[in-house]
Write a protein that binds this ligand. Structure first.
Ligand SMILES: Cc1cc2nc3c(=O)[nH]c(=O)nc-3n(C[C@H](O)[C@H](O)[C@H](O)COP(=O)(O)O)c2cc1C
Length: 392
């Protein structure tokens, strides 16, 4: 039988890794770590269940790398800052590797949108002294409202005014990313993804409206991306050439759902600045990769970044069907796809897409973020055997 999506299911060499296909699981925060950030056995079961579904690569949920420099952003967020965190992650990596799937850890720093409850009374930090407008909590259950101590139909999550980081602190935070990356690979990860997207600290430097600096870390695309490049350099020095390092980028933030860069020329300049950097690949994050928010140029931002940087791109956002994923790859909008919400609810998404079976588009169900199921056998059944697909 002819392969339905021949490019999607063909292997790819990404940096030092060879992946069995071009489907990555997008990073999805679940807030199901222990209170001290240690990954749980349930997380191992959750990720292994998705690896078994036929993914080529898993990118973990955003993980803090150093509690001392306020990188933590959420309650029950996993960390990679301690020996205990490492031991918890080692179980996750082992479980995933049993299914011929690679896994990289997303490293993040919350910056100005860190939950005040994890900051211990300190102000949040950012590129500049700005304040997030906060975000509306979309939820169909009261769990997350209760846990945050807020109420009402569409409550707002708010953040205090941020203080501007000094250059010394920028270097200290970059060192924290490198130390976290080292701990991740020592625990068995295949590499890391540096989170430069979705409203967190590195995004706050990359996005002109939140970066008002006039030093070498602000004022131009080349300066705005400098911090992310510094992190890439330090991470590479810490983990060597044989591990994958990806940089995730976006226009949107968790507190800015219709974020926009100042034109595709900005994406081009960012891409050019990343040419020859320590990163093996870029990852474009969005809710619809075809919507670049520009009125005068319809080229997807992922295409612009890919051309300008010369780097492979993982493209994410609103890809629910195999045909859409194949289109990304055949139109030059990416070299891989990252699938988020469908893999939340359909762990077998790669297998389902390849088989042609019908499936329901997964509704984004926020309640699983704070109250995941804890019946492992029921929620993450692994009894089925791995589908053995021929490599084409
Ligand atoms: C509940 C939830 C948690 C998320 N957590 C993260 C995260 O930890 N790191 C990140 O970079 N993006 C995160 N995202 C964004 C997703 O990776 C992805 O960009 C988004 O869901 C759009 O892709 P999709 O259309 O395939 O779902 C999250 C999205 C959702 C819905």
């Amino acid at each position: 039988m002819a392969e339905a999506f021949p490019t999607l299911f063909s292997p790819i060499k990404l940096g030092p890794l060879t992946l069995r296909n071009r489907i990555a699981m997008a990073p999805l925060t679940r807030q199901m770590a222990e209170a001290d950030g240690t990954p749980t056995d349930e997380m191992a079961a959750y990720y292994a269940r998705r690896a078994r579904g036929g993914l080529g690569l898993i990118i973990t949920e955003g993980t803090y790398e150093n509690d001392g420099v306020q990188s933590r952003a959420y309650l029950s967020q996993p960390g990679i800052a301690t020996k205990q965190h490492q031991a918890g992650w080692a179980k996750v990596f082992d479980a995933v590797h049993q299914h011929d799937c690679k896994i990289i850890v997303q490293l993040m720093h919350g910056g100005r949108v860190a939950d005040p409850r994890v900051l211990g009374g300190k102000p949040p930090v950012s590129a500049s002294a700005t304040q997030s407008g906060g975000w509306t909590l979309y939820t169909d259950s009261d769990d997350e409202k209760n846990i945050r101590g807020i109420s009402g139909p569409w409550p707002k999550v708010t953040f205090g005014p941020a203080r501007e980081l000094t250059v010394a602190e920028i270097h200290q935070i970059a060192d924290g990313f490198a130390a976290g990356a080292k701990r991740a690979v020592d625990a068995g990860a295949d590499g890391v993804e540096v989170h430069g997207a979705n409203g967190y600290l590195l995004w706050q430097f990359i996005t002109p409206k939140t970066n008002l600096r006039t030093d070498e870390f602000g004022g131009s695309p080349e300066n705005n991306i400098r911090f992310a490049k510094l992190v890439g350099d330090k991470v590479r020095a810490a983990i060597g050439p044989n591990k994958l390092i990806v940089l995730r980028l976006s226009q949107d933030g968790v507190d800015d759902f219709v974020g926009a860069w100042p034109g595709t020329s900005y994406a081009k300049a960012i891409g050019e600045a990343l040419k020859g950097s320590a990163y093996d690949a870029l990852h474009w994050s969005s809710f619809n990769y075809l919507d670049n928010r520009q009125t005068d140029d319809a080229t997807p931002m992922s295409t612009v970044l890919r051309k300008a940087s010369g780097l492979p791109v993982i493209t994410n956002g609103g890809i629910a069907e195999g045909a859409q994923a194949e289109d990304v790859l055949t139109t030059g909008a990416g070299d891989m796809v990252a699938i988020g919400r469908p893999i939340f609810a359909q762990p077998d998404w790669p297998y389902i897409v390849r088989s042609g079976a019908a499936y329901d588009w997964a509704q984004f169900d926020r309640k699983y973020v704070v109250r995941p199921p804890i019946d492992y056998a029921h929620a993450y059944p692994l009894a089925l055997s791995d589908p053995k697909w021929p490599t084409i």
